[in-house]
Design a protein around this ligand. Structure first.
Ligand SMILES: Nc1ncnc2c1ncn2[C@@H]1O[C@H](COP(=O)(O)OP(=O)(O)OP(=O)(O)O)[C@@H](O)[C@H]1O
Ligand SMILES: [Mg+2]
Length: 228
């Protein structure tokens, strides 16, 4: 049963930049999908369309049953509750400590401080950051900051995690660790879509979607290779 369905989806930015062209792709519940392709290929755009941060210019995109053309101020918060976002631009708040950074999405969602604190602690424990609850983000390494970002993305127990180049700024060891954490959420049933430039991360991927200049040029799976 597909949880994300692209049918002939195109995205044109102002200035006639065609970032995605006629993408058709089904992603099933519980899948781990890697999105790859060179800079400018459209990886971030594809993730932003799923997140409802950009709207398709043409075609039909459904995310968890929601027609993304019909997304509005009422339906967006419902969709967002199902999504955990680890985007390149969404950095931690540097004037708030670690646990507050992770609590914020819950507080915005209406949780009490006590409840938000308890759940943030559980999420931080899952990424091995329980010892740094009161640390300020600037005192953390890049890998540690990324682990806090993951905790923030998963604290509300999303069904889908979208991660845009989550290992790009990390060394190999930290990149591996972050990837293993995302894989652990996937094993627990969460659908994960991870964009990366890094071929090394793709070695044990189940399914790899390759983009080039906005076109889907191939879908590789562990045991087959199909041109699109
Ligand atoms: N807000 C925007 N306005 C106009 N053009 C944009 C915008 N965002 C992206 N683009 C263009 O759309 C195309 C795809 O960009 P996108 O960011 O999706 O690529 P990417 O595969 O994520 O690249 P990278 O690997 O560098 O992150 C590029 O040509 C880019 O310049
Ligand atoms: Mg990008």
């Amino acid at each position: 049963m597909s949880i994300i369905s692209f049918s002939h989806v195109s995205k044109k930015y102002p200035g006639e930049v065609l970032a995605l062209s006629e993408i058709s792709l089904e992603i099933n519940e519980g899948e781990l999908v890697f999105l790859t392709g060179p800079s400018g290929a459209g990886k971030s755009t594809l993730l932003k369309l799923i997140a409802g941060m950009e709207k398709p210019s043409a075609g039909v995109l459904q995310v968890s049953g929601q027609d993304m053309r019909k997304l509005n101020r009422t339906t967006l918060p419902f969709l967002r509750r199902k999504l955990g976002l680890i985007m390149q631009q969404q950095r931690l708040l540097f004037d708030r400590d670690v646990v507050t950074n992770v609590m914020l999405p819950l507080i915005i969602g209406g949780a009490t401080l006590q409840e938000a604190h308890a759940r943030a602690c559980i999420a931080l424990e899952r990424v091995g950051m329980q010892g740094k609850l009161l640390a300020m983000p600037k005192t953390l390494s890049g890998g540690e900051q990324q682990r806090v970002s993951i905790a923030r993305a998963v604290v509300h127990k999303p069904r889908i995690i979208l991660a845009d180049e989550p290992t790009a700024t990390l060394d190999r060891e930290n990149g591996r660790m972050v990837l293993e954490m995302l894989e652990a959420f996937n094993r627990a049933g969460v659908t994960c879509i991870i964009s990366t430039h890094d071929e090394r991360l793709l070695q044990d991927a189940d399914r790899i979607v390759e983009l080039l200049h906005g076109h889907l040029i191939g879908i590789r799976s562990a045991d087959s290779e199909v041109g699109a």
